[in-house]
Design a protein around this ligand. Structure first.
Ligand code: LR7
Ligand code: MN
Length: 569
């Protein structure tokens, strides 16, 4: 663990520090060179905060003193002390606020930090054809951190063989931050093969990608988010698949870059995740089959996460790029996935290609919640055929305006794309269809005049995650349930259950007897079939979340439940 900054207490004057710093570096250099007979560390040693950011000499000194290698070497984490005080603490907090990751830590890591080679032997031994197609790498960004953006660019330039990289297209989606203006232009001017394009107004990531593609001149376009790091050998296996079949769309094994420490955690082929989706039309990760013959061979996937992928430019054009009516963020990954499969292509994850992505827990930028809904409505309307009904049920039947989709429908017609039914059966046979349902929507009880809903947001109660009752929010989400003709109360792959004395949610299981509930619309009782007891809201101790339990069925309002959209036949 590299612990730094614990000595920083005050800023000292620049002039004195400069001398001190240089002295220390000289000493460090000597010791370092003796200990590791390895390249001069100072050639890679630079602190890369935005140009406006000045590192105090003390900071630089401390970083040098405490680390044998440049921070973050080989993808290692940079752990800061918990008890940092003063202006550094404020800077760290600001970084999280601006970017939803630890920008301060990123600034301490060289932009050209080393990473390991995460490939299996199988990958390393492969000889890819020496006339693979060239690629244009398109990186769209909106208010990205300086060091993170530069590291993304550098990792591409450093680890892509020159003859395969036609250009990098940096597409600025109308960022507002100062360091992305002139400073970035000056920086880009020092690089070869990098073109900076600016949007004339905010386009959102989906339209930015389409626009970026229009500037691409190579036959293959590769998309990366602006907070990625590519590792050795990342591009060859992607291009190889596209060369073999131009209708194959490929995604790398996306590694995790930790937003707090910038540790690079690759996705090994053994635990590789592939893509799926749920009926709220959100992307999910799913484990891939464990017993694959060659663990690193390309794997077919029903969907891709959407940020990092390579595609033949003509094929992309043929399937209409992304639907241009999509706003800011979301659902375009499923759109691309469905139409690729349905219109004659296929999707693969390539375990030999390791690219890291900073996974954030929140968005640093604002966008209307409605944009996702609108995008997903367009998706359902154009591609889902009759299955769209599951999505509409899921969002409570409201269909706000989602614009005009005639063009998209015409394209689907023109390309003679297959049906969504075909897709589900052939590409995603594991996809769970809701059983015939008797009711869908919220399941609520009225207490003291206000409605509380069954909510599956997990609450830890001893060892179980329990389902609870919370005030109804009418937005579906964790309060959406299907009540099926088999007596199950389902939320996608999760079912309301009663185990070890807790009302909880477990993976749905056809065999399970503890997942069967009998609802009587007249008495409004919801009885657990096996226990013959009724679902009851426990006493309220004043919190937001109300506990649930099974009790003997009696005449009491805490056992009265209403199911939305209840349909007896
Ligand atoms: O208005 C915007 N304009 C932009 O140019 C908003 C964002 N962007 C840029 C942004 O700077 C970033 O480079 O677009 C890129 C993606 O935005 P993120 O990083 O804020 O989103 P994300 O990582 O949560 O996005 C995931 O889901 C999106 C759904 O629309 C996109 O498909 C992203 O590309 C996707 N990222 C990945 O697939 C990486 C793998 C992890 C996951 C999931
Ligand atoms: Mn991202």
């Amino acid at each position: 663990v590299l612990t730094i900054f614990n000595e920083i207490q005050r800023e000292v004057s620049e002039v004195d520090d400069q001398k001190l710093y240089e002295q220390a570096l000289r000493g460090f250099r000597k010791v370092y060179a003796m200990r590791n007979n390895f390249t001069d560390p100072l050639s890679t040693w630079q602190l890369v905060g935005p140009p406006s950011r000045k590192f105090s000499m003390k900071e630089k000194l401390t970083a040098v003193k405490y680390s044998e290698f440049p921070l973050g070497t080989n993808g290692s984490p940079v752990d800061l002390e918990d008890n940092i005080r003063g202006h550094i603490r404020i800077m760290i907090r600001q970084g999280w606020k601006d970017y939803s990751f630890n920008q301060y830590v990123s600034d301490l890591i060289p932009i050209n930090r080393t990473l390991l080679d995460y490939r299996d032997e199988w990958c390393k031994q492969k000889n890819y054809s020496n006339n693979l197609p060239e690629a244009s790498v398109v990186i769209c960004f909106y208010n990205e951190a300086w060091s993170v953006l530069l590291r993304t660019i550098d990792s591409v330039l450093q680890r892509t063989p020159a003859h395969l990289l036609k250009e990098i297209i940096l597409f600025d989606d109308f960022s507002t931050m100062d360091h992305l203006k002139e400073n970035l232009e000056n920086y880009v001017r020092t690089l070869t093969k990098v073109t900076l394009i600016r949007a004339n107004r905010r386009k959102g990531l989906i339209r930015s990608r389409i626009l970026g593609t229009k500037y691409a001149t190579a036959p293959v376009v590769v998309f990366l988010d602006s907070h990625c790091e590519c590792t050795t050998g990342w591009i060859e296996p992607l291009l190889d698949r596209i060369k073999k079949n131009s209708a194959t769309v490929v995604s790398p094994a996306v590694g995790h870059i930790d937003p707090a420490t910038f540790e690079f955690i690759p996705q090994t082929s053994k635990y590789l995740q592939i893509g799926g989706f749920e009926w709220d039309l959100k992307y999910i990760w799913r484990p891939s089959l464990k017993n694959r013959k060659i663990p690193s061979a390309p794997i077919k996937t029903p969907t891709i996460s959407g940020g990092l992928f390579a595609i033949n430019k003509d094929f992309f054009k043929k399937i209409g790029y992304f639907d241009q009516g999509y706003r800011i963020w979301g659902a375009e990954n499923l759109e691309l996935s469905f139409k690729t499969w349905m219109c004659g292509g296929s999707l693969e994850i390539i375990p030999c290609s390791h690219v890291g992505h900073v996974f954030r827990k929140t968005f640093p930028y604002k966008f209307a919640k409605r944009s996702y809904r609108r995008n997903a409505l367009r998706l359902a309307e154009v591609w889902l055929d009759d299955y769209a009904k599951y999505y509409y049920q899921r969002i409570g039947g409201v269909r706000e305006d989602f614009g005009d989709v005639t063009k998209q429908k015409e394209l689907r017609e023109k390309l003679k794309c297959k049906s969504f039914e075909w897709y589900l059966h052939n590409v995603y046979p594991d996809m769970k269809l809701p059983d015939v349902n008797v009711a869908y929507g919220q399941i609520y009880s009225i207490l003291d005049g206000y409605a509380v809903c069954l909510d599956m947001a997990s609450e830890w109660v001893d060892v179980q995650t329990a389902v609870s009752a919370r005030s109804c929010h009418h937005e579906g989400g964790n309060q959406f349930w299907w009540y099926t003709n088999k007596g199950r109360i389902e939320h996608d792959t999760i079912c309301l259950d009663f185990v070890l004395g807790f009302v909880t949610a477990c993976m749905c299981d056809d065999e399970s007897q503890t997942q069967i509930w009998i609802y009587d619309a007249k008495s409004k009782k919801l009885q657990h079939k096996q226990k013959r007891k009724c679902l009851t809201v426990k006493e309220n101790f004043g919190g937001e979340t109300l506990e649930l339990d099974l009790y003997k069925c009696i005449n009491i309002s805490t056992q009265e439940w209403t199911m939305e959209n209840f349909n007896i036949n």
